[in-house]
Design a protein around this ligand. Structure first.
Ligand SMILES: Nc1nc2c(ncn2[C@@H]2O[C@H](COP(=O)(O)OP(=O)(O)OP(=O)(O)O)[C@@H](O)[C@H]2O)c(=O)[nH]1
Ligand SMILES: [Mg+2]
Length: 314
């Protein structure tokens, strides 16, 4: 047994040994592998951990149907789940750090992220769940990535605008996504616009994305463009917020109901209460900004818009 094991490794090993579920075993082994000093003396241990990891992953997948979901499928929370995909080192983890309270590891070397990490991003009054993922790269890829991306409501492709390999990376990743029959990314992020020369690089990248993807320049480091990012993600999710108001009462801003774009007043009523939708005669529609048409009567089939306030009459 080599004597130079780090405290981090030993902690990971303790967690692995006390793991109650396959997912925890996988997580423990992943951390053991990540924190094990890599040299000739630990080669056997590395191989042993890898073998146990692949076994534990298989078990975790098998058990997925009966017990907990597999470790790479993060339980959905909030108004939508958004997978961050991209090449190594593009700043996916930094973005999640900047936009949520989550603290995935950020480092200046590639392949830092090995596990999915969720973080809740607040856009106005809705929480959107971002999932930080390991990179998509030719050299190495986590086997479960396509399933994790498929499970999300949409994906965002995060690129480093200054990376000289960025064009090859785009083609490689789009090819992969197609071969996996996943939906293409809804949004492309050109990250690291704070660096010298980034403006020109961003323009070149924008040229390539034009007509194919909405594109945004951001800096996960300085925060530039992140407000536009929140809005763009919300828009791309294709959802609307609907608030309710009791007849004769003043409107109070509470947590909105989240509906898919294109849903109707009747759908909104069903969201609030099953009984409502059967007994619903009509609704009055108010807007946050108010205006002439405030309080107009709308039919059950009226399609709701983002930030509509509905007063149901039964
Ligand atoms: N200047 C600058 N550096 C950034 C920015 N975003 C991330 N970085 C740096 O880029 C490096 C990689 O960031 P990560 O967030 O770890 O990248 P990643 O895409 O998660 O990398 P993997 O986990 O390997 O896929 C780190 O050194 C970050 O500090 C940015 O907006 N500007
Ligand atoms: Mg990362």
């Amino acid at each position: 047994m080599p004597a130079n094991l780090t405290a981090d490794y030993l902690e990971a090993e303790r967690d692995y040994k006390s793991a109650a579920t396959q997912a925890e075993k996988v997580a423990g082994l992943e951390r053991m592998l990540a924190t094990l000093p890599k040299h000739k003396g630990t080669e056997k241990m590395q191989a042993d951990i890898k073998r146990r990891l692949s076994q534990a992953r298989k078990e975790a997948q098998k058990k997925g149907g009966h017990h907990a979901a597999p470790f790479y499928l993060i339980e959905k929370e909030g108004a939508g789940q958004v997978a961050l995909v991209g090449p190594p080192n593009s700043g996916k983890s930094q973005l999640v750090c900047a936009l949520s309270h989550a603290t995935p590891e950020v480092a200046d070397y590639p392949f830092t992220t090995r596990m999915p990490t969720p973080g809740m991003m607040l856009f106005e009054d809705v929480q959107i769940q971002l999932i930080d993922l390991p990179p998509l790269a030719n050299e190495f890829m986590e086997q479960w990535l396509p399933q994790a991306i498929r499970a999300a409501h949409m994906s965002v492709l995060a690129l480093d605008v200054n990376d000289i390999a960025v064009l090859d990376e785009i083609e490689f990743i789009l090819g992969l996504i197609e071969s996996w029959r996943l939906a293409p990314p809804k949004l492309v992020i050109g990250n690291k616009v704070d660096l010298p020369g980034a403006a020109d690089n961003f323009e070149a990248l924008e040229e390539i994305c034009r007509g194919r993807f909405p594109m945004l320049g951001v800096s996960a480091l300085t925060g530039e463009g992140l407000d536009r990012f929140r809005r763009a993600v919300f828009d791309a999710l294709n959802i609307v917020r609907v608030y309710t108001k009791a007849p004769g009462r003043k409107f109070e801003l509470t947590a909105p109901y989240i509906l898919k774009r294109g849903k109707t007043v009747a759908d909104a009523a069903a969201h609030v209460h099953k009984d409502f939708v059967e007994r619903l005669k009509f609704a009055r529609l108010f807007r946050l900004a108010g205006g002439d048409r405030d309080g107009q009567m709308v039919e059950r089939s009226h399609v709701v818009a983002d930030r509509d306030i509905l007063e149901f009459h039964i």
